[in-house]
Design a protein around this ligand. Structure first.
Ligand code: NAD
Length: 467
């Protein structure tokens, strides 16, 4: 019977593989009709998406609550509301973005006109993570549709309830030869990756990012990778500490720390370390009460594996706030760890949970060196009231994006391209950048026909001597 099960699984896998292959082919046929090139078609479809999201709003909130007790307010601000703003902006500006852009001529080409045409890549695969399961799949979808593509979405299987609602929403709103959602785990993703796509947009871990890039290399498919990393928050001795404490506490414990741009660790000047630790502890109580497990505003860890991984960091650690866990609920209290060295397991990987290790420094130069030694983070936050220090940090550190005197909020501005650098990602999106990241910049010269100087044509004789 074991062999039978294996055989059934193999057959199932072949069926999945074939149906995915057929789906990609259907999208290729539809793309070839040229319908998606029409900007008014794109706008109509984006409006359909807008209506569907409104209709499904409550179902989405409920699904995210079921997945990891995400508070409805956070589901609104960071998921559905965020996506609605992106849709509004895209519908307003799409015609402007899609217009061919005329550029200056090269004199040698006289007479001519040169244009950059933003042309859709074709068939796109968008793979999402579980931590902002709606936003991180649908925001890229908006850019891909705006740019005139066909799209296959792969929601994360770890946020299973949200994945099911997204899949239903997509199925009811679009023909599958235009936009389709394929649910499933690693196997399904591998079947998808075996196909030839024209562009892959992936959000997730650096480890899986490497798998995606290797698979894409097989077909020379361009990739956009939105990955993670250990994002530092640095606090100088001259910072407004009360404000820093509030903004760090909010950015760190939002979504129970399961945010790609959450401050991963705190680097604080030794003179103000004690005061800041006290202030952050106080903020935790102010935000989530003395018993955060009872707070409706604090999410849970997504699954047992991540719960175990995070709980391990608390063993033999110097806990300054929080530290309580409850395996049954997958609850980990908002936690501050002190006296943490780089050899501690919590400093060896992206934490991705509600644990904030506190490290200190004595000179800003030292803080910059520490940050530079540890790859290129997705985000960096610096709290200081001194403009020169701010400039020094910006100049000397490499990171995807970030804030001075705040955390996380840079991604709210659609005019700021959002993405990583090096290990934290390739390419960026949001607002117009989302349109651009899903477009190929096709450069075309329109040459005049009324003049044709023969200088470039052979035989050249001694024409060089005349120049
Ligand atoms: P993940 O890399 O484990 O999974 C992401 C996606 O990849 C899922 O859809 C999953 O099904 C698929 N996947 C997993 N293993 C695979 C494999 N072996 N082969 C093919 N596909 C596979 O990431 P996650 O746990 O969902 O999300 C957390 C990570 O994502 C963190 O590192 C975080 O920093 C990062 N992240 C980055 C951003 C960003 O915008 N840069 C946003 C959110 C999360």
């Amino acid at each position: 019977s074991l062999r039978n099960t294996a055989a059934t699984t193999a057959t199932q896998s072949e069926t999945d593989h074939r149906s995915i292959q057929q789906l990609v082919q259907k999208q290729r046929d539809f793309f070839a009709t040229g319908i998606t090139h029409d900007v008014s078609f794109r706008k109509q479809q984006l409006q359909k998406l807008q209506r569907a999201i409104r209709q499904y709003e409550q179902e989405l909130f409920d699904a995210m609550y079921a997945d990891f007790r995400k508070p409805e307010m956070e589901s609104f601000i960071s998921e559905v509301g965020f996506v609605e703003l992106e849709l509004k902006l895209t519908l307003k500006d799409l015609e402007k973005w899609a217009k061919p852009q005329r550029v200056k001529e090269a004199l040698l080409n006289f007479p001519s006109r040169s244009y950059i045409y933003s042309s859709p890549y074709g068939i796109n695969l968008i793979i999402g993570p579980w931590n902002y399961p709606f936003n991180l799949l649908i925001t890229p979808l908006i850019g891909a549709m705006a740019a005139g593509n066909c799209i296959i979405l792969k929601p994360s299987e770890l946020a299973a309830n949200t994945s099911a609602v997204i899949s239903k929403l997509i199925q009811e709103t679009f023909e599958e030869d235009y936009v389709a959602a394929v649910e499933g785990g690693v196997d399904t993703t591998q079947h998808l990756l075996a196909q030839r796509f024209d562009h892959i947009f992936f959000t997730g871990s650096t480890r899986v990012g490497q798998i995606i890039m290797k698979a894409a290399a097989e077909h020379l498919t361009p990739v956009t990778l939105e990955l993670g990393g250990k994002s530092p928050v640095i606090v100088a001795e001259d910072a407004d500490l009360e404000l820093a404490a509030r903004r760090i506490t909010w950015g760190k414990f939002l979504n129970a720390g399961q945010t790609c741009v959450a401050p991963d660790y705190l680097l604080v000047h030794e003179q103000v370390k004690e005061e800041l630790v006290q202030l952050i502890s106080q903020c935790i109580t102010d935000f989530y009460s003395k018993e955060p497990e009872k707070s409706p505003d604090f999410a849970r860890i997504v699954n047992d594996r991540h719960f175990e991984r995070l709980s391990f960091f608390l063993r033999n650690a110097n806990v300054r706030a929080g530290g309580q866990t409850d395996a049954l609920q997958r609850y980990i209290a908002p936690t501050l760890l002190d006296q943490v060295g780089w050899e501690h397991p919590v400093m060896q990987e992206e934490i991705f949970g509600p644990i904030l290790p506190v490290l200190s420094f004595s000179t800003l130069k030292e803080a910059i060196e520490v940050v530079s030694r540890h790859k290129n983070p997705l985000a960096l936050y610096f709290f200081s009231s001194n403009k020169e220090k701010q400039q020094a940090v910006l100049r000397c550190t490499q990171f995807g994006g970030g804030c001075i005197n705040d955390t996380v909020s840079h991604l709210v501005n659609p005019n700021l391209p959002f993405g990583g650098v090096g290990g934290s990602g390739v390419g960026s999106y949001h607002g117009k950048s989302s349109f651009s990241v899903f477009s190929h910049q096709k450069s075309v010269l329109h040459r005049g026909t009324w003049l044709d100087l023969p200088v470039r044509y052979p035989p050249y004789h001694n024409r060089l001597d005349m120049l």
